[in-house]
Design a protein around this ligand. Structure first.
Ligand code: NAD
Length: 251
């Protein structure tokens, strides 16, 4: 019987980077609350992989853009697995269009999911972290927040918002021993990027000094490090995981 494993809640964990974070955190000793929006089968596959990696896991449906639903998500996670020690704010979407063609709905959906979703879940999760005087928050932004990208003004705004939010939170929560950091992935091979036009994918690859797209595991290793005891003195930081894309290196 496994006792006293700390708990991590990973939003948007039915596939891609979220799933990789769930599995890597399980390997690091966490039980995992696997949040998903609609893909229950994907979430149950993540649960299976977490169990295979030695952790307990529950799949919890919740649209993180909904304030009350996010409160319920945190409550369910704590009731089923115990207090949340690590929160990974990973759920995200894109609705790409040049600004001139970007609808109000494209703007609202991307801001509501990527940025308000992070606010919603964090708002409820930090309460018990503050009471327990321990906790780690790792939010997933993007290099697009640092560089901008044509066709992604909504996404870049949301992901830049996550950086400002997390840096502020780091300062508010430091007195409770809670750290808050951002991981900013570059071009990672997932379902989100699979449907990009081939020429866009090739253009991205040419700009990556390490010469290849990242994998979900590349991002998950950084998230697991920032969630580990070894990262206890790191807070308010942005860690790009992008093969050098944002480093200013020109090959
Ligand atoms: P993905 O589309 O495979 O995964 C996103 C996950 O978020 C999905 O499981 C989806 O169901 C979930 N989700 C979407 N809306 C949700 C909602 N309202 N409530 C709960 N869950 C919701 O994409 P991914 O590439 O794995 O992206 C994961 C995160 O990494 C996202 O925040 C994305 O913006 C970010 N990111 C990805 C890349 C990349 O190149 N793939 C680069 C930078 C940042």
């Amino acid at each position: 019987m496994m006792l006293d494993r700390p708990v991590a809640l990973v939003t948007g964990a039915s596939r891609g980077i979220g799933r990789a974070c769930a599995v890597e955190l399980a390997r690091s000793g966490f039980d995992i609350a696997v949040n998903y929006l609609a893909d229950e089968a994907g979430a149950l596959e993540t649960v299976r992989l977490v169990e295979q990696a030695g952790g307990r896991a529950v799949a919890l449906q919740c649209d993180v853009s909904m304030y009350d639903a996010a409160k319920h998500l945190v409550q369910c996670s704590e009731e089923l697995l115990g207090p949340i020690e690590v929160l990974v704010g990973n759920a995200g979407i894109t609705r790409d269009a040049l600004l001139i063609r970007m609808s109000e709905d494209d703007w609202d959906q991307v801001l509501d999911t990527n940025l308000k979703g992070v606010y919603n879940v964090t708002k409820w999760a930090v309460r018990s972290m503050a009471r327990r005087r321990r906790g780690r928050i790792v939010n997933i932004s993007s290099v697009v927040a640092l560089r901008g990208n044509p066709g992604q003004a909504n996404y870049a705004a949301a992901k830049a918002g996550i950086i400002g939010f997390t840096k502020s939170l780091a300062k508010e929560m430091a007195r409770y021993g809670i750290t808050a950091n951002v991981v900013a992935p570059g071009y990672i091979s997932t379902d989100m990027t699979e449907n990009l036009p081939l020429d866009v994918k090739e253009a991205f690859k040419r700009q990556i000094p390490l010469g290849r797209p990242g994998t979900p595991a590349d991002v998950a290793y950084a998230v697991a490090f920032l969630s580990s005891p070894q990262a206890g003195y790191i807070t308010g930081q942005v860690l790009p995981v992008d093969g050098g894309l944002s480093s200013g290196l020109i090959l």
